[in-house]
Design a protein. Sequence first.
Length: 154
Amino acid sequence: MATETKDTFNNLFKQASRSFETLFNSGTKLQEEAFRMFSQPFTGCETLEDVCRRGEQFTTDLIGTIQRNMAESFKAADAQCKNSVDLVRKTFEVADRRGDADVRDRAVSFWQATFDAFRTANEISTKTGMQTIENWSSFWTSAFNLPSKSAAAK
């Protein structure tokens, strides 16, 4: 019984050691790849002026990408606010109508407006997310001189 317990703990320790070693090696490889990737824009620089020029271009492009993404986010927020205000207005219009004869029509109108607002909100979010991803993809492709998708497909 004691030998089995000792063997079990030995096996657990060996497995934990292997897991730690694998984790350590993966982390090291990740750092190496990240360093290689982030130093790529400066590969081939002959002088300090070249490094400065590329650094300035990288920073300018980075700021431009952030500005474009913020503009998209502001447009999305504005559209979401308009969408919400429209829904509230439609809700009050439905609630303001009098008479029991059109209760069903009012309920249908209310739910239609709600689902339309939900659909519009999702469309806005999706469009903004896709544009943001495209902006970042374009930035990193140009920053690291990577081939574009169309060039890679050829």
